[in-house]
Design a protein around this ligand. Structure first.
Ligand code: AMP
Length: 283
């Protein structure tokens, strides 16, 4: 695995690879890697010739400075795991390398309703930050395929929008199913921050989503949502939202016609750790 820290070195290397017709796959991450990330790497290895992973904890997408400060860093272990998984290139830029003009007066992306709902509503500016870092990374890597986790359902939609906005028709977004622990908890770098006593409780998020799936019936969705909130409240979560939305565009759905494809989404705090998860609840 080759590690690049400078954009110019990465870009030079990848342009050489492109002249040899090698198909590239890109897996952007913020590190503290787990099986979810490694599944994206394996998917890329299967579908492309060269797999590039980036590790960069992007300051502009954290609306909570404490969350940024406390974001886990396990770089040595990450490098070992990436190497073992057969990653070809690791890009490890500094903040200065990614934002040479500084962090003030960054560009704004007209995301429309995608940033006023769900994560957008509860984390103001978050998706602007995601677009700011992703537009830079995409511009540097110019991948044929971009692998991202459905764990971050809304982020996948934002990045799909961004690819269109940037006119990057040669890059295909490949969404990858959420990887879970045996008890259903979606793998997340933030799980490391859970107090040991909270680790078991954390699986309640999956139970709440599964409740919505198993109790889904045509008609008013509000009672099911109230039950899911009660399940989370009862376990000690502080709920940001529990929502059911159109699985294709995330438009809120209050009454189900029995046909529309639906996704249920949850964001909730356990202690000071904010967890998100989602599940497509229709067949
Ligand atoms: P992060 O390091 O949290 O920014 O995540 C980097 C990529 O890994 C994103 O595309 C995430 O959606 C994806 N990812 C994170 N957790 C999981 C998971 N449990 N299953 C599948 N993909 C994941």
């Amino acid at each position: 695995m080759i590690i690049f820290k400078q954009v110019s070195d990465l870009v030079r290397y990848l342009s050489q690879q492109r002249t040899m017709q090698r198909k590239t796959g890109f897996v952007p991450t913020m590190g503290a890697l787990h099986e979810g990330h490694l599944t994206l790497i394996r998917e890329s290895r299967q579908q492309t010739d060269i797999t590039i992973c980036s590790i960069f904890v992007n300051p502009t997408q954290f609306n909570d400075p404490n969350d940024y400060k406390k974001y886990p860093n396990t770089l040595d272990k990450d490098i070992y795991q990436l190497e073992k998984a057969g990653t070809n290139v690791l890009f490890l830029p500094s903040v200065e390398e990614m934002y040479p003009q500084g962090l003030q007066q960054l560009e704004h992306y007209p995301l429309g309703y995608l940033e006023t709902i769900l994560e957008g509503a509860f984390r103001p500016g978050h998706f602007q930050g995601v677009c700011q870092v992703m537009s830079r990374l995409l511009n540097m890597v110019q991948p044929d395929q971009l692998f991202m986790g459905q764990k971050d359902y809304q982020q996948c939609m934002v990045v799909k929008w961004l690819l269109q906005h940037l006119g990057m028709n040669n890059t295909t977004l490949v969404p990858v199913a959420t990887v879970r622990e045996n008890d259903g908890l979606a793998m997340s770098s933030r799980n490391m921050r859970l107090a040991p006593a909270d680790r078991n409780t954390a699986t309640t998020i999956y139970r709440a989503l599964d409740h919505l799936r198993s109790h889904l019936a045509a008609g008013d969705l509000a009672p099911g949502l109230q039950q899911a909130v009660a399940i989370l409240d009862g376990a000690g979560f502080r709920v940001d939202y529990v929502a059911i939305a159109d699985a294709d565009n995330l438009a809120p759905v209050e009454t189900w016609d029995g046909k529309q494809r639906l996704v249920a989404l949850v964001a909730a705090f356990l202690g000071e750790v904010r967890l998100i998860d989602n599940l497509v609840i229709t067949q």
